[in-house]
Design a protein around this ligand. Structure first.
Ligand code: SAM
Length: 326
């Protein structure tokens, strides 16, 4: 299918000699205008991927079907997006698999959602919580306009494996038995009380946070809940190189920072509960000295200052002192 010629309605990536990208939705009789001249869409329709085309002004382009990463970088955006370098590791490290039920928040411009939808496939489901109603239509347009290589997007229909809740995820999560959760919002630690209930045991949580302060607060909150293990924070560095004659070196300008990623895995133990003050007695039996999650998660004060003022000790207890903790 992907080897078929370009058809009307497909989105095509035009690359110029300098590597500049441009997306074009093919329409019979339309023109793709550049700085100097234009390309007739009719010249692209019916051609095979990789065809070289000359615009009326003489500029040369190559036409490909866009990779998902090309599409995400070029689609209109109203928010910061998760960049492909981070999307890649989220998919692998959070182990997003075909058939998985994934809860995501927020929708933003839909960059991460696109990749999650592809990864879970037609038998999976991505359920997105987005609190701002005004963000949703533009993101849905981005999702509808993308289609897999060699297929024409249905711009009138949402992806069938997508559900969008126009809700504040800090207020709660309706779903249970969730396999994976991916958060790109300012205060991921405020989702943890709900994530404890929503995620099945063994499920993965991934948090994307631009600031290391957010990471610290998230990790401390994860530890305090005692419902998560295999906690890991990392940063992905992407450094492209120029290979041109004798000038073989890293490119001079690069994106130096996007965000940090924190991953955690839901333990079978129920963990501490904050929202109704009820704790799992069997799980708490041996460690009454631990502060309750209520006292740390979601408080507006600095996380790490526990009720007894000894947060480091509590954090240590939650990791090394607990034989059941991984
Ligand atoms: C940085 S954007 C997400 C970008 C998105 N990951 C992408 O790749 O396009 C953050 C989004 O989270 C939403 N958001 C922030 N807090 C939220 C909350 N408590 N519940 C639901 N959505 C929230 C914002 O409205 C915004 O659309």
């Amino acid at each position: 299918m992907a080897a078929e010629p370009f058809a009307e309605g497909e989105i095509v990536l035009l690359l110029d000699r300098a590597g500049n990208r441009r997306l074009v939705s093919l329409r019979m009789g339309a023109r793709a205008h550049g700085h100097k001249g234009y390309l007739e869409h009719d010249e692209i329709i019916g051609q095979r991927e990789g065809v070289t085309l000359r615009a009326t002004g003489g500029k040369v382009y190559v036409a490909f079907r866009p990779r998902l990463a090309d599409y995400a970088l070029e689609m209109p955006r109203k928010t910061a997006i998760v960049y492909p370098k981070d999307v890649g590791i989220i998919l692998v490290w959070a182990d997003i698999y075909p058939g998985a039920t994934v809860v995501e928040s927020g929708l933003g411009s839909g960059s991460l959602t696109l990749a999650l939808l592809r990864a879970v496939g037609p038998t999976g489901q991505v359920i997105v919580y987005e609190q701002r109603a005004d963000m949703i239509p533009a993101a849905l347009t981005n999702l509808r306009r993308f289609s897999e290589p060699g297929t024409v997007p249905d711009e009138d229909a949402d992806p069938p494996n997508l559900i969008v809740h126009n809700q504040d995820i800090y207020e709660g999560i309706a779903e249970t038995g969730v396999d994976r959760m991916v958060l790109d919002l300012p205060e991921p630690w405020r989702v943890l009380p709900h994530a404890l209930d929503a995620l099945r045991s063994g499920a993965m949580l991934a948090c994307y946070s631009p600031s290391i302060i957010q990471v610290q607060r998230t990790v401390e909150a994860l530890e305090v809940t005692r419902g998560f293990g295999q906690i890991e924070s990392l940063e992905v560095l992407y450094r492209p190189w120029q290979v041109k004659g004798q000038a073989v070196r890293p490119v001079q300008q690069m994106v130096s920072h996007t965000a940090f990623l924190t991953f955690a895995r839901r333990l079978a133990a129920r963990g501490r509960r904050r929202w109704d003050g009820v704790s799992d007695e069997s799980y708490l039996a041996d460690d009454d000295d631990m502060v309750l999650a209520d006292e740390l998660i979601g408080t507006s004060g600095a996380l790490g200052v526990a009720a007894d003022g000894d947060s480091d000790a509590d954090a240590a207890a939650s990791t090394s002192d607990d034989p059941d903790y991984c």
